[in-house]
Design a protein around this ligand. Structure first.
Ligand code: GDG
Length: 727
């Protein structure tokens, strides 16, 4: 990687205009810090919105901003007020944000929001394309830009593109509510690597992807079109040293003294968040109110310092939240306060870093109880700041951070009794226990800090790119293709061994729907017209279907993976008399599973039985498939019968029947001077294995195979055959 292009909704700078002069202040945040640890040799450019809408800027303003930001390696994307309203406040914050945080009742689905979201993602793409160069690595961030990976992929097919989501990915039941769910997923799989904070979000994402687009994964890897996309968890860390050393700063020490002077020796609980309904601030304050009512001995002995940082002030829900919170603060203070004692100190503002770390430092307890939170860095920062090991973190189990901070007092943020109990436990926890818990968490936070996070992500991105390249090396290159065509032209005795489903046609919901289309019929006809060509369709299908579909062509057929062979103009012959007395018993079991798995079905062939589950609910089918396989392996233990897993099928057939034997039958028949075999699944591997070294064997799909070459899609193999057939 020569350059890293970070593309996020906001630039890490805040710009304000005072007395006609622009002020640029770095607003670094975790991400900017994480990236600062990359080696100097990697140039970083940051692309995003500068934080002020274009109507408020003259052409001259824009060029001043551009110039100033360029010196900081930032490139601004100017957006209009209307765009910001519909894309940012609308689509992002009235739709994705509430839905992804499990607040469907707050979610507003509006077509115009979607249109502007698409338009702004396109604008980002256009701006990136003015800068991007081959060899750049592109890292797209967060829910504001979910369409961008695919838009960029279309322009930069070879580039490294990563995407990281900072908020939770919800379960399928919520995600499916989105009218534009498929489009968002398509947008995301344009990336090579898709990262989330926790494995739960990874699971939810993969489940949504499979159920909505049909793309399945193997160990977090998804084959989307001609690329393998990796999906994984990268829990974001903090700049640990910065927080653990903060207390050494004189300004921080001064702030600590100031606070302690006012609070005296009362216990301090802190609550710090952006004022967002997902953070559970109201519920937290209600719990504190109840705590004071139920534990009279703590009256005047504990102060809650509540910092609510203004955010999304243009959204109605946020205005209401502020009103409700301020009313509640008033009520709690009125009820539990006394002269000289204010139970809740409420601050509605952004606090500078030294004040923030002073607050972390003086706090006996941090109450971090979001109803849902992607990660929550406040919790991590609080723990890192506690250099003397004292202090207790109460943490909601609905945060990503709870996965890593198991030594905190973990609570269900909806359970007020649990929060009250945790506050009491925290205030009374022996110092040694506090130290023990904090040290364990600190060790982890120091090790997996924010630079580790960004490095891990970028390394995983380059690894998946390497995997893609390794697979693409096996792809039939243009020069091999030319050789193949030349060999074909020179030869006189040519054999084609062609699998059907997944090789010549794509998969359909029901096996019967995958009938050959006109194009493939005319292609096979042209190919078999030449007397030099012997074309064999070598399939797992039954005899009747193959004859119905291809009986009119000059092709030979192999049915049921080699159980039956039909040479052109001859009758079906069986390669080997195979016993089928196991079929009835096994069929009863398959039917039982089929009844218990809606959408699945049983297909009976002469020498095999197949359980199809392509149309069944994916997760249910997965469980059933495991169960069924276990049951069948037991039952078939002493028989010459194997249980084979195919593409959404489980097949039970005699071990002696396989495509390898059928292929050998054809290989022995003539002295072929050109051989082409193509297939897509495990049954074709047996065919590839018996071919001579100089045969052209092609696996359709991007995975390891015994075939010499890979091709991405059915369409590509069709194009190749078309060219050979001279169509
Ligand atoms: C999103 C996800 C995920 C906050 N107020 C002040 C202040 N901050 C700083 C904190 C912390 C950051 O902002 C807040 O991060 P959080 O993680 O707590 O929450 P979100 O803003 O909702 O962030 C979240 C995060 O992205 C990262 O992926 O963890 O789940 O929602 O660093 O210190 N800093 C200062 N004054 C403040 O008043 N100086």
């Amino acid at each position: 990687m020569e350059r890293l292009l970070v593309i996020a909704n906001r630039l890490p700078f805040s710009i304000s205009k005072r007395a006609g002069e622009f002020r640029f202040r770095p607003a670094p945040g975790g991400l900017a810090m994480g990236l600062s640890s990359l080696p100097e040799s990697v140039k970083r450019l940051w692309i995003g919105w500068p934080g002020t809408t274009s109507e408020r800027l003259t052409a001259e303003d824009k060029s001043i901003i551009k110039e100033k930001l360029a010196s900081e390696n930032c490139i601004p994307i100017f957006l209009s007020k209307k765009q910001m309203e519909q894309y940012y406040l609308g689509f992002c914050n009235k739709m994705i944000w509430p839905l992804f945080h499990y607040f469907p009742e707050r979610t507003i689905f509006e077509d115009r929001f979607w249109k502007t979201y698409r338009q702004v993602n396109q604008t980002f793409c256009d701006e990136v394309m003015k800068i991007a160069r081959p060899g750049d690595c592109l890292w797209v961030h967060d829910y504001q830009l979910m369409l961008l990976p695919q838009l960029l992929r279309e322009k930069l097919p070879e580039s490294e593109i990563g995407f990281f989501l900072h908020i939770p990915w919800p379960s399928f039941e919520l995600f499916r509510l989105l009218p534009w769910r498929a489009e968002l997923l398509d947008g995301l799989v344009g990336a090579d690597l898709i990262g989330f904070h926790t494995y739960d979000y990874v699971r939810h994402f993969l489940s949504c992807l499979c159920r909505i687009t049909g793309l399945e994964h193997t160990l977090g890897k998804v084959t989307a079109g001609n690329r393998v996309v990796k999906v994984d968890a990268f829990p974001m860390g903090i700049k640990y040293e910065k927080y653990s050393k903060a207390i050494n700063e004189p300004v921080v020490k001064k702030e600590v003294e100031k606070i302690l002077q006012i609070v005296g020796n009362r216990k301090i609980i802190i609550s710090i968040d952006r004022l967002d309904y997902t953070k559970g601030i109201i519920q937290r304050l209600e719990a504190f109110d109840l705590f004071l009512s139920q534990n009279r001995e703590y009256k005047e002995k504990v102060t809650l310092i509540m910092v609510a940082v203004p955010t999304r002030t243009g959204v109605e829900d946020y205005k209401m939240l502020r009103e409700n919170l301020e009313q509640l603060v008033g009520r709690v203070n009125g009820e539990h306060g006394a002269i000289g004692y204010i139970p809740v100190w409420y601050l509605y503002r952004f606090v500078p870093f030294d004040k923030l770390t002073a607050l972390y430092n003086v706090a006996d307890v941090a109450l971090v109880t979001p109803l849902r939170d992607g990660m929550n860095l406040i919790a991590k920062e609080f723990v890192a700041t506690k250099t003397n090991g004292r202090g207790v973190l109460i943490l909601s189990e609905m945060t990503g951070a709870a996965r890593e901070l198991g030594e905190a007092l973990i609570v269900n943020a909806n359970n007020k009794a649990a929060i009250i109990q945790a506050i009491k436990e925290a205030l009374e926890m022996p110092v040694l226990e506090q130290i023990e818990r904090n040290r364990a968490m600190q060790k982890r936070l120091r090790r997996y800090d924010v630079s580790r996070w960004s490095n891990d992500f970028l390394n995983a991105l380059s690894d998946i790119k390497k995997t893609q390249q390794e697979l693409s090396v096996r792809k039939l290159s243009e020069s091999t293709r030319q050789n193949l065509i030349r060999d074909y032209t020179k030869s006189r005795k040519r054999l084609f061994l062609l699998d059907y489903d997944g090789t010549l046609v794509g998969f359909k919901g029901k096996p019967a729907q995958a009938r050959p289309d006109e194009e493939i019929m005319s292609l096979l006809q042209s190919l078999s017209r030449s007397s030099n060509n012997t074309v064999v369709i070598i399939s797992g299908r039954d005899k009747t279907t193959l004859v119905k579909w291809f009986g009119t062509l000059n092709v030979s057929l192999v049915a049921e993976h080699g159980a039956w062979i039909k040479q052109e103009d001859a009758d079906w012959q069986s390669l080997e008399a195979s016993t089928v007395n196991w079929k009835d018993a096994i069929r009863t079991i398959l039917e039982l599973y089929s009844d218990r798995t809606p959408g699945s079905s049983v297909e009976a062939k002469d020498f095999s039985l197949v359980w199809h589950y392509r149309r069944a609910d994916t997760e249910l089918a997965h469980v059933r498939e495991q169960e069924l396989r276990g049951a069948l392996l037991n039952l078939t233990e002493n028989l010459d019968v194997g249980v084979f897993e195919g593409n959404k099928i489980l097949e039970i057939r005699a071990l002696s029947i396989n495509k390898g034997r059928a292929a050998e039958f054809w290989l022995e028949k003539e002295n072929w001077d050109f051989l082409l075999a193509a297939g897509d699944d495990y049954t074709d591997e047996e065919m590839f294995a018996v071919l001579p070294d100089d045969a052209y064997s092609i696996k359709v799909g991007l995975s390891i195979s015994k075939a010499r070459y890979n091709m991405d899609t059915v369409n590509e193999i069709r194009l190749l055959l078309k060219e050979l057939a001279g169509d």
